[in-house]
Design a protein around this ligand. Structure first.
Ligand code: 5GP
Ligand code: ZN
Length: 109
């Protein structure tokens, strides 16, 4: 089982900020911004290349909930969303996740 599936199953401790039947969101263990949250669908697929129709509603739910997750985390002036998709993008965890970063002025990349 992958590390994010273990978090979803409650088998790994994490600083959870939101959860419903389709997604979970928790603080990144190695934050790269003042607020750095990972928003994760509760169904295992590796990345966009691996996405099937049954995954779409889980990914959609991530985007539906992100504005509220950001607001509750104290993000006020915008945020950055990143999906590292595959090896060259630096994807380390092989379970699709969206990085939600903000709470400060971010460097343009
Ligand atoms: P990726 O490079 O795959 O897009 O990002 C994976 C992210 O997951 C990294 O930012 C890393 O710090 C984070 N991460 C890896 N393992 C854990 C963990 O066990 N708990 C939490 N909260 N974050 C993790
Ligand atoms: Zn997984």
């Amino acid at each position: 089982m992958c590390i994010f599936c273990k978090i979803i199953q409650g088998e790994m401790p994490t600083k959870k900020v939101f959860e419903n039947d389709k997604i979970i969101a928790f603080h990144d263990i190695n934050p790269q911004a003042k607020v750095h949250i990972l928003v994760v669908p509760k169904i295992h697929f590796i990345n966009v290349d691996d996405m099937r129709q049954e995954h779409v509603e889980y990914l959609t739910e991530c985007f539906v909930q992100i504005p509220q997750i950001a607001k509750r985390a104290g993000i006020k002036n915008g945020y950055r969303l990143i999906i590292n998709n595959g090896e060259d993008a630096g994807q380390l965890v092989q379970h699709l996740h969206i990085h939600l970063m903000g709470g400060e002025q971010l460097k343009i990349c």
